[in-house]
Design a protein around this ligand. Sequence first.
Ligand code: ACO
Ligand code: KIV
Length: 791
Amino acid sequence: MPMLTDPSQKYKGYTPLNLTDRKWPSKTLTKAPIWLSTDLRDGNQALANPMTIEQKTVFFRELVKCGVKQIEVAYPAASDTDFMFVRGLVENNEVPDDVWIQVLTPAREDLIRRTIDSVAGCKKAILHMYNATSPTFRNVVFRNSKEKTIELAVEHTKLVRRLTEECTAKYGTVFKYEYSPETFTQTEPDFALEVCEAVKAAWGKAGTGEDRIIFNLPATVEIAPPNHYADQIENFCNKISEREKVIVSLHPHNDRGTGIAAAELGQLAGGDRVEGCFFGNGERTGNVDLVNLALNLYTQGIHPGLDFSDIQTAIDTVTQCNDLPIHPRHPYAGELVFTAFSGSHQDAIKKGFEAQKIKHAEAAAKGEPQYWDIPYLPIDPADLGQNYEAVIRVNSQSGKGGIAYLIKQHLHLDLPRKMQIAFYQVVQAISDREAREMTVDDITTAFRTTYHFGGPKYQGRLALRNFKISTEPSEDPADESEETPDERRRFDGTLAVDGVYRVIRGDGNGPLSALLDALRVHLDIDLTIRDYTEHSVGEGKDVKAASYVEVVPAGDRKSAQSWWGVGLDSDIAGSGLRALLSAVNLAIGDRPLPELKLSVGFNARSGQADISSVIVNSLGLELPRRLQSAFFEVAQRAAGETGGEISLGALTELFQSTYGFHPSGTADNRLALGNFKLEHIGEGGRRQFIGDVVVDGEKRSITGEGNGPLSSVLSALHSFVSGTLTIREYSEHSIGEGAEVNAASYVELTYEVSELKKTRAWGVAVDNDITASGIKAVLAAASKLDLVLKN
Ligand SMILES: CC(=O)SCCNC(=O)CCNC(=O)[C@H](O)C(C)(C)COP(=O)(O)OP(=O)(O)OC[C@H]1O[C@@H](n2cnc3c(N)ncnc32)[C@H](O)[C@@H]1OP(=O)(O)O
Ligand SMILES: CC(C)C(=O)C(=O)O
């Protein structure tokens, strides 16, 4: 049947109360009401499968944990399960001393008796009796007159008094009495009052404070807007006699979807207590949601007396016990309620957090409250034990702000605005292509992959292995113009280029321009930096620098096309260089790069770096800069006869023979290391070398002291070497990883014997022990010198 064109022929509107002096509209809520959870009664009776005793027990404990002090635990006369559940609570001492358990009964003697039996022995119980009072119920359900309706309530109230007193006398249980004129909102207001007055008189012992009688005024079915409910409550509160001896309890249902409003307006109108269920379970559209009401108060700065610091556990417990899901949009509890998908919301939230951080710092400094003021978020999710991860979620409706927020939250990177736009396009493309929500993981992975950020797993075609920035005097000392700095920076470093190591060198005004120069010279990559920013990440000794670089094609600073990159390093120069390489990786895409060419001809600047590239690739040795130059000269001389031509294999062999190096450590040197030990001498770092050195095939046991391992070896060598050996340069690095790691050492020695000129030689060695590697490098270098031995 379709909807009626004239519904007035089928549905009657409510009859408004003509309150001439209603007060509630101009009031505000200032304190929390008494809360009564009826999850285990009104909520339970509305379930297709009512809860088991175990489920009710778990639920009861959660209610207690959240701070509910009055809990309607059952309709004990309904079933053995309900009865036994209440008995279990009592007998197992489940009820804390400050909690009242409440039990509901109709106005029927047998059921009242069983209900009181259920709580016998409990410390504190509220006996709740009801009978419906509205015309329809009187006429249709009970077929009762008004008088008979009052009589039913009065007689059974007297019975309740007698039986509860007996129970108190026998078991010590303290009782409160609650009476509900069920269907109150559909009952003539004066008749509802008349019934309650009669019940109060029959109870006969309503007092003040703890002795107040509770009159529950249910919107059994919500049939009118919430202002009407408020009028009904205010009217009742004004007219009931001995108001101070009465607790007015509100029991809204949600048939019109205004249960929350009804409860809030009802409190303004005088309601002292609110009965409802967590997350709004209950008959039909549910009872009023206590969590919602409590948190509404909380967001007005009023503590509700309930604690939802761990709302997720409450959600999990309630949904598991009720077997009903919570709608994703449910106030405070739905999984999407702290989530923003749309770009403008995300942008506002991100800006809100940034602005609030500053405002809070200012307020903290002045000792003022730090008010929550975030667009689109009425409550701080953290107060409910929720984290911010869910706040911003990304799909095709999202904008750069939200994505940047997630990157900041998860990677601690505060992307510059233009880079936000660039990365937004990356995420948009993925989101459009895959037509789905992007998780935080998707976004951070997209970021890492795009910018080659976050370790070897995300490494790009160009990856920085090591570098050194040195200061060089400006090339043209005659140029005294202000633009030309006195000093220039030199970048010396090793890159992995498509998996092959390349030693590169470049000069510039700063580290980044020096790297750009090196890239241009060695790899034909010609770019210019258009934008650069940086910020610190973390604090104290763990602080790192994050850098962001935008590059454009060289000579085209206004280019429409640009590439951003990001770098993070404990060293600011390292972070900038990494950011630049990150941008360069994007810029080169998959364009082929020039392969390593060996050019050892004179004046070939790239040649020096290129032969170092051969050594790092063939032997894993990252030569110190002066050794690079030294070997370049050796290579040039060796290749002199072939016009600069030399094969990669020949170059590697030349290196090994020149520096007495063999990767296995078994170089055929004039001096070789035998067994040795190094001992600490005295308090300082002084050492004593005691060991065997094989010289020209003959073992010599020598000792020597020095400030460190290498100087003690030199001192020992002087026991059979005439003249003076000195270490001019020493450096080392690791080769390999994990258990396979070795140390590579480079030593340059100078040697001076009287009347002979000073000579120098490099030695290189690798060993799994760093000290042995250094000593072997000393002996390798010494082997290359014309040592004069003492007799
Ligand atoms: C608005 C509310 O939520 S009220 C609470 C509702 N909750 C429940 O009903 C859940 C528990 N109920 C039950 O398990 C059962 O209804 C019982 C055990 C209480 C009673 O079961 P039964 O005796 O089989 O009766 P039934 O369920 O048919 O109840 C209807 C009878 O109770 C009477 N009745 C209904 N409400 C009340 C009341 N508050 N006081 C006295 N009698 C009542 C009806 O008039 C009817 O009487 P009749 O049989 O003489 O016509
Ligand atoms: C028993 C009463 C209070 C009831 O649950 C209702 O009217 O909804």
